[in-house]
Design a protein around this ligand. Structure first.
Ligand code: AMP
Length: 279
């Protein structure tokens, strides 16, 4: 596995693949890799010729009051995991490499980026879209892999790819969970043991919501059902529990793919999760 830190090194590493027209599968991450990231790398390994991983804690997608400085970093262990997963090239740029002085362009997203996570974290999705657009241009993958865990990010990236005609296929991989249902997240590292137990309430609320959907409850009742489950868990502060259309994150219309989405604060961690449901 090659580890490259500059755009020039990345292009050099990918040149043979481009010349021989081998397909490139790309997995963008912020590192602190876990089994969720690994599932994306495994899918990329199975479906493509060359697998590129990026590890970049993107300052543009963190708000001023967020956890940029505290975000877990574990480059050595990440690269070891990447090697074991069959990654060919790991791209680990510095902030200065990605954003040299004088940078003057930002990708601005509306639509699904305005709501829920976008409302709670102003500028977050512009930061995501800007870095992903840049990474797509640097790596030029045929396929790029994202986790269902960050469903609104998936909606934003699909909109970006469509609106800017980016020649990439977006592949979405299912959420990987602990045995008790907690979705794997680098931010779970912030949880104290008692908070870790309480954090399963996100998954329990989503499951209760799903049962309500199966019982033909209205979306309003489904949302109330999820809120009630979280209200019964002390130490967890709900931000939202909603039923939304998967593409727009607006209230669902008949026949649309619906997602139950939830966000809550547990200790100093802000956790999100979601569950696709069928009517
Ligand atoms: P991050 O490093 O948190 O930016 O995540 C990088 C990619 O891994 C994103 O596409 C995430 O959606 C995905 N991911 C994170 N956690 C999980 C998980 N538990 N299951 C599946 N994919 C995940």
């Amino acid at each position: 596995m090659k580890v490259v830190r500059t755009e020039a090194e990345l292009q050099e590493a990918l040149e043979p693949a481009r010349v021989s027209r081998r397909s490139i599968g790309f997995v963008p991450t912020m590192g602190a890799l876990h089994a969720g990231h690994l599932s994306l790398l495994t899918a990329a390994r199975e479906q493509g010729d060359v697998v590129v991983l990026s590890i970049f804690v993107n300052p543009l997608q963190f708000g001023a009051d967020e956890d940029l400085a505290a975000y877990p970093r574990s480059e050595e262990a990440d690269l070891e995991m990447a090697r074991d997963a069959g990654v060919d090239v790991s791209f680990v740029p510095s902030v200065d490499e990605m954003y040299p002085a004088g940078r003057s362009t930002t990708v601005s997203v509306r639509g699904p980026a305005r709501l829920l996570e976008g409302a709670a974290r102003p500028g977050h999705f512009d930061g995501v879209a800007t870095v992903v657009a840049k990474l797509f241009n640097q790596v030029r993958p045929q396929r790029a892999y994202f986790g269902q865990k960050d469903a609104q990010q998936v909606a934003v990236i699909k909109a970006l790819v469509r609106d800017l005609s980016v020649p990439v296929e977006v592949v979405v991989c299912p959420t990987v969970r602990e045995s008790d249902g907690l979705a794997l997240s680098s931010r779970n590292a912030y949880l104290e043991p008692s908070e870790r137990t309480a954090a399963t309430v996100l998954w329990r609320a989503l499951q209760a919501g799903e049962r309500a959907v199966e019982e033909q409850a209205t979306w309003e009742v489904v949302e109330k059902t999820m809120e009630q489950v979280v209200a019964n868990e002390p130490g967890v502060a709900l931000e939202y529990a909603r039923a939304v259309a998967a593409n727009t994150f607006e209230a669902p219309a008949d026949g649309e793919q619906v997602l139950l989405v939830i966000a809550a604060r547990v200790g100093r961690a802000r956790l999100i999760d979601n569950l696709p449901v069928r009517r």
